[in-house]
Each structure stands twice: as C-alpha cells, then as structure tokens.
Design a protein around this ligand. Structure first.
Ligand code: GDP
Length: 425
C-alpha cells in the first residue's frame, strides 16, 4: 500500500516526526519533490537530526530510502547529511537515487542569492538553496538529470552551452564573476563518483515493490499553502507540495496512493513573506514562538524565527481538501497548554464580507481574521497515551478543529518524540 504524508499549512507542521513514526511499518520511504530548502526535525534514539534531503526512513535499517525524480537533488548536501548520520552512529542507510532526478548545480545557488540581492526589499525571502533557479531550468529544459553524468562527451557539450547562457546573465544582469565550464565539468565528475553506487531506475523499483505488496511512504515537504498552483502564489515554493504530485515525483500510478495523512498544526507558523491572516505579533507571538515546537519555532534549515499565528480553520480546511486527506495528524497540541483561552480563526472578512473558502492571493492580502475563542486546559498533556485521558477542554479543542476541517483527526501528537502520539480512532 502507498501512503503519503503531507502538510496542510505553510510547512513545519511536524511531518518529520510523523514520518519517522510511520516509517517503522514501511519498506520504502520516498522523497518526491522539493530540495534542501526546508528541513524535518527528527528526534529518536540516536539524537536530534535536521534532515533536508534524505528521506526520514534513514534511521531504520529495514527501509530503502528513495530520492524520486521530482526532487531537486543537491549532491554535496546529501553526502554531508549521510556523513552527519554515520558520524553519530546511525548505520549507513539503504539509499536509491532516481536516474531521472535533476541536480541542483552550484550556479543555481549563486543565481538564487544574486536574484534576491537584485530584488532587495521585494525579495521572496528565499532560503537561497537554489530551488527556484533549479526548477526554472528544469522546465526551461536546460536542467541536468543524474543520468546525464554517465555520458561525459554529451555532458561536456551541454555544460559549455549552458555556461554560455548563464554567463550572459551573470555579466549583464548581475555583474558577477562568470562560470568556468571546465571547472563545472570537473565538479560534475565528482558528483558522478558520489552518486554512482545509488543510482537506479526508481520507477521500476517502486512499481515492482507495489506489485509485491510492499508498504511505501511518500514524504512531502512544506505544505498546501506553499504549492505553486494552490498556495499563496507567488510566495510559494517551486514544486508541488500536494500528495497527488507524489505519483509524478516518484513515478507510480496515482490510484495506488490509498492513504493521505495530512499533518495539521494546532496553531500556525510560517516562514518567508506572504499573506498570513491569523498572524499575531509582539509579546503574544514571542511567547508562542518560544514555547512552540521543540525548543522554539525557528527554521530547521535557516534558524530564522518563524512568523506565528493562531489556528486558521479556513486555511487548514483548504489545505486538507487539496491534499485529498484521508487522515489528519494533529500536531504540537501540547504547546497550547499554557493558554487560558485559545483564539481560533474561523472565517475571513474581506471587504466587509465573511468568507469560509480560502481565496486567491489578492483577496487574501485584504482578509482579516474572524476570531472565536475556546477555553484552554492549562495543563501539560505530554505523556498522555489515551484520548479519554486528555483534559475535557483539550478534547473539545480537537473536536472543534475536526468539525471545522471536515476530515477525521486520527492521531494527536503531544510531544516531539516518536512515542508522543495518541491514536483517536
Ligand atoms: P516538518 O518540516 O513538518 O517536519 O516540521 P519541523 O521539523 O519544523 O517540526 C516542527 C518541530 O516541532 C520540530 O522541532 C519537532 O521536533 C517538533 N514537534 C513535532 N511534533 C511535536 C509535538 O507534537 N509537540 C511538540 N512540542 N513538538 C513537536
């Protein structure tokens, strides 16, 4: 069976933890989109890890971890992560890299920086990992597939050709040093040595595995609201964050994805620019940020403080719907235990009109939150294992959110560890 774990919100919902937890019953964990621009935080017996490129199954030796064709593969970052794991006593994970995955080139990272510099105050708040230039090149058909590393002659010609184009931009638009094709070619030869043992026709492997009744887990990055089509365009990421794209980014039939576990966070947080209707500021935000996640709400990749807000029913319902949710995993609920009352955004007001459906960006920017306040539970719920043992007001909060979402909450996460989970149904 194929399951997908994806985010309903702006990312950082705690997908890493849920994936790490569910990976146990999986044979294969697959990354199908995105790159090293976001990260999962995982806490387990080996310690605390921030994964940016490796699938979250790397801590289990029975799992094959797959980098699908849809991923923006940064080879040095991948190998750095592997080293980080093995140097901390995690056994070398089983890893396969799609021969159709494309590579983040060193110049993609440069172009990302240069473009943000050029935009100045109007920048996208990119993590400067080269993701936008990478996907632009992929769809402009001048990207490099892993498979191309294995044909040096053709590779060299393409490197020369691409450098010519890039150098025009570097010289005339950005006024930066030019690329040296010989140097780039040498770098790519190094990349080949690094990936060679892991390269495979991943789509064939996965389709065989499905036929043989294996359990596959598609691991999403970021969340619905960062999807280039359905998110808060243009403040989105450059590849689809939706479960449906899992079929494309892994090379499997869409009808094989039987379960979509959408991770929804008990309050809101976001990084980067863009409309954020239920955002809060000042001391109220600082306190939630300080108490949030595990050790505060700061980016796993960048360390940037996250923007904070109350739970947004409009955005989360939309987030779940676009994912095709079968199950909701409701996370970081323990964090809200300090509040006397918990504000929740239940609708938006746009130009005097109350709306319940998540609008396009122009309207979203004008939207004001309609807030309803629920009573808090004022206790620490960490360590609780059974739903019935949760304080009544806590259960009421969960049930309120479930009704607002319209999808069943089947898991509640009440702490960062693997075992901090309450199964509800
Ligand atoms: P991801 O990108 O969706 O995996 O999200 P992050 O890696 O940013 O995870 C959010 C943070 O919350 C991490 O530091 C997790 O360890 C932590 N976390 C996950 N679930 C819970 C939870 O239920 N309670 C608390 N307190 N922290 C959690």
């Amino acid at each position: 069976m194929v399951r997908a774990i994806v985010g309903a919100n702006w990312g950082d919902e705690g997908k890493g933890k849920i994936t790490d937890m569910l990976a146990k019953e999986s044979d294969i964990v697959i990354r199908f989109q995105g790159g090293a621009n976001a990260g999962h935080t995982i806490i387990n017996n080996y310690g605390k890890f921030a994964l940016h490129t490796l699938p979250s199954g790397v801590f289990y030796d029975h799992i094959t971890n797959v980098i699908g064709n849809g991923v923006a593969l940064n080879i040095p970052v991948l190998f750095h992560e592997i080293q980080e794991l093995t140097s901390r006593n995690v056994p070398m994970p089983k890893l396969l890299i799609s021969d159709r995955a494309q590579m983040v080139m060193p110049y993609h990272i440069l172009f990302d920086q240069y473009e943000e510099e050029r935009l100045g105050g109007k920048s996208f708040g990119s993590t400067k990992s080269g993701i936008a230039p990478f996907y632009s090149d992929k769809y402009a058909k001048i990207g490099f597939q892993v498979s191309e590393l294995f044909d040096e002659e053709t590779l060299y010609e393409k490197v020369k050709h691409v450098c010519e184009t890039k150098n025009i931009l570097l010289e005339h638009l950005y006024h930066k040093p030019l690329l040296n094709p010989e140097e780039l070619f040498e770098t790519l030869k190094e990349y080949r040595k690094m990936v060679e043992p892991y390269v495979a026709d991943v789509s064939v492997f996965l389709n065989e595995a499905i036929k043989n009744g294996k359990n596959l887990l598609l691991e999403g990055q970021l969340g619905t609201l960062k999807d280039p089509d359905h998110g808060i365009y243009p403040m989105v990421t450059s590849s689809s964050t939706l479960a449906a794209f899992g079929a494309v980014g892994a090379g499997i039939p869409p009808y094989e994805i039987k379960k979509v576990i959408t991770v929804v966070k008990a309050y809101s947080s976001a990084v980067g620019a863009g409309a954020f209707v239920s955002e809060i500021f000042g001391e109220e935000a600082d306190e939630l940020r300080r108490r949030g996640g595990d050790g505060g709400e700061y980016g796993a990749t960048t360390g940037r403080p996250r923007r904070m807000g109350w739970f947004d029913c409009v955005a989360s319902r939309y987030g779940c719907r676009l994912q095709g949710t079968t199950d909701v995993a409701f996370t970081v609920l323990d964090v809200l235990g300090y509040l006397d009352e918990i504000p929740v955004c239940v609708a938006y007001e746009v130009d005097g009109e109350i709306i319940h459906d998540f609008p396009t960006t122009r309207q979203l920017e004008k939207a004001k939150p309609v807030i309803q306040t629920l009573p808090g539970w004022k206790t620490d719920i960490r360590g609780i294992k059974n739903y019935e043992e949760l304080p009544e007001n806590c259960r009421k909060y969960i049930e309120f959110v479930e009704e607002q979402l319209g999808y069943p909450i089947t898991m509640v996460s009440n702490g960062p560890g693997r075992d901090d989970i309450i199964y509800c149904k």
